[in-house]
Design a protein. Sequence first.
Length: 581
Amino acid sequence: MADAEKPSNFIRNIVNADLAAGRYASRHWSGAPGPAAQQKVGAVDTAKIRTRFPPEPNGYLHFGHAKSICLNFGLARDYGGACHLRFDDTNPEKEEQEYVDSIVDAVKWLGWDWNQDLYYASNYFQWMYDFAETLIRHGDAYVDSQSAEEMRANRGTLTEPGKPSPFRDRTPDENLDLFRRMKAGEFADGAHVLRAKIDMASGNINLRDPAIYRIRKATHHNTGDAWCIYPMYTYAHPIEDALENITHSICTLEFEDQRPFYDWLLGKLAAHGCVNTPLPQQIEFARLNLTYVVLSKRKLIQLVDEKHVAGWDDPRLPTLVGARRRGYTAEGFRRFAEMIGVTKSDSLIDYSVFEECQREVLNETAPRRIAVLDPLKLVIDNYPEGQEELCEAPNHPQQPELGKRPVPFARELWIEREDFVEVPPKGYFRLFPGNKVRLRYGFVVECTGCDKDAAGNVVAVHCNYFADSKSGTPGSDTYKVKGNIHWVSARHAYAADVRLYDRLFAVPQPGAEQDFLDDINPDSVKTVSAQLEPSLKDAAAEDRFQFERHGYFVADRVESRPGAPVFNRAVTLKDSWAKAK
């Protein structure tokens, strides 16, 4: 879809106005590592806009991140710009290479490409340190030696101003000396912090001399032990944006109160000649809120650590690695992001909207196959023993160009247990003694009875078939039946575990009325021993199919093996929660 055809929103309106005014038409690189070797200090930046997706590598991405990814990369694509993938790795105690790798994989899976624009905050640590010294020399930052408790006590409240630190009036030379000694490792963690010198009486608490550097004697996943002081995220982020020539720094609404510091810092650094203008602008949008899920990182960690789920890639979790394993599609995520758009107001979106986007994509792309999830033996007594033949089933009924596939037929079949009853309720058109049904893509059969075990459970159903009723053959339409059931040949079927996943939580807003763990859906997963049509035995990991009548399934990317796939249900054919709302 061309840019002009895209639905308008407040962010696109801002971008359109900036482009019309030529706000970013003459940007030059400041000197930080650029996306290509030829980009050097003073070189002109030819990208119309630059956005970025800046995750902290301290966890796995979730559905909310997918919205931000699609927004930032989509804007860059639509306006002929570039989107950077940047790791805001300023906290060595919580960050790991495992998370970096998973984030790279997730963004690629969603279908986005950052080309050469992959960055790390840690690549800028020397710039950030040098900029901090510049702030100190100009009286815009100072080393505070209060304890964390004293700083909190003196910060003030929403109605009372903060109290200046007793160390606020140290001279620039004193501050430089202490800051350099912090960098040299002379002090213990927490002994000092570097704070921006702004206004302890500001109505915005974020401007009451926020900390911008702290001592952390921890090994960093990217820089090792080169540093023992690390910048705070709120200090590092605007610097990264400026050095990377970001034009529109798009983030969620919880950062709105941080925007004044973002602007203050970049204004100071520009005035001191550290970064080029025009400066990036921060724009906030409402984060994703979905029913039946939790997107809090703390709660997701709790679910994993306390083993309420089977790991970060559990298909019930709203992580992207879990979504991929469940069988959700990247195109479904992109459609969902496009559908819900972006606003400045928080709203709660029903999970069924997301599921419907996935159904639309899967309905278009998933080949059809036959699976019996609750098998019951059907014996065709008048079909010759040892005989078999092939029936034909379409690979996709709406895409005849995909052709048909052979499905073996024999005397003994598997059918769904729910497709037989001895005493039918009103409106039941499937198998019961004396009734005729069509075996989908095969013959019409008439039920003659059933076998039971000692406990009275039905173990097999018997029927006779009509040899001249095979689907697709001349004259087969002479048998008028209302029921149509699916089946697989018992001799040829592939027996496999199939996991039926459902929503992890049983209520729309987990934790709204009790501990969110108490809202976990006890039926969020059920594993069944199914009988599948034989072609499914050759399914490769992440192959997706529609199992007729049952929904959309994927061969598990972790547990499937060549010739032995395990299947997960991504989503049902219809919204199974509609009646529960």
